[in-house]
Design a protein around this ligand. Structure first.
Ligand SMILES: [Zn+2]
Ligand SMILES: [Zn+2]
Length: 202
């Protein structure tokens, strides 16, 4: 798996085309695999331009860090909002922006009634939203571990540091386990019962 920071796409194998170049908003399901811890491994399904969905694997650092151009050996502790470098030089613009309070990705946590910063590994499910062109995302909050659904623009998902000013949300608290959330998510996503929340990080 390769991430190309210039085109903001991940490359996965496609049985039809050989390679599929996939934006984050074309991901459909993300599941952290049990067992592998160093690094942890994620099973990704994505909507391919060939018309089928495929499955690929991403390590945690590729999933979360490569879109930011960050080198290996650093890790951001979301509970303390601090980088904890593992011997690596942090000369990177993305690192400085995060340390300056800007967040590459964010979502609105409904159980907490507030926006929260996240990384792609917090996404559980993505689906085309209504209106057409929007993206529905189910996100597991790193702070409270509960799941919320937001309706956002593709750019909100695909481009680090580009956060929607307002997002659509569903005032619904989802069960913690992914299997239940999957069913809830699909039914709620098409209910078109979104309201608007201001997505400004404090
Ligand atoms: Zn394909
Ligand atoms: Zn939360």
């Amino acid at each position: 798996m390769i991430y190309d920071a210039l085109t903001s796409r991940y490359t996965f194998p496609c049985p039809t085309h050989g390679d599929a170049h996939v934006r984050l908003s074309a991901f459909r399901e993300l599941e952290r695999l049990p067992g592998a811890a160093h690094p942890s491994l994620y099973r990704i399904s994505f909507a391919c331009s060939c018309g089928d969905d495929h499955v690929g694997l991403l390590t945690h650092d590729k999933l979360d860090w490569q879109p930011l151009g960050l080198g290996k050996g650093t890790f951001l502790n979301l509970m303390t909002d601090r980088f904890e470098p593992i011997g690596a030089e942090l000369g990177d613009l993305a690192a400085r922006r995060i340390e300056g309070g800007e967040w590459p990705w964010s979502f609105f946590c409904y159980p907490e009634d507030r926006p929260r910063p996240v990384f792609p590994s917090a996404f559980i499910l993505l689906a085309p939203g209504t209106p057409a062109g929007s993206v529905g995302i189910a996100v597991r909050c790193p702070a409270c571990a509960r799941t919320s659904i937001n309706l956002v623009s593709p750019e909100h998902v695909d481009l680090p540091f580009l956060n929607d000013g307002d997002i659509g949300g569903i005032d619904h608290v989802f069960a913690g386990d992914a299997a239940t959330a999957l069913e809830d998510f699909r039914s709620e996503l098409y209910s078109a019962d979104f309201d608007s929340r201001r997505l400004l990080l404090e």
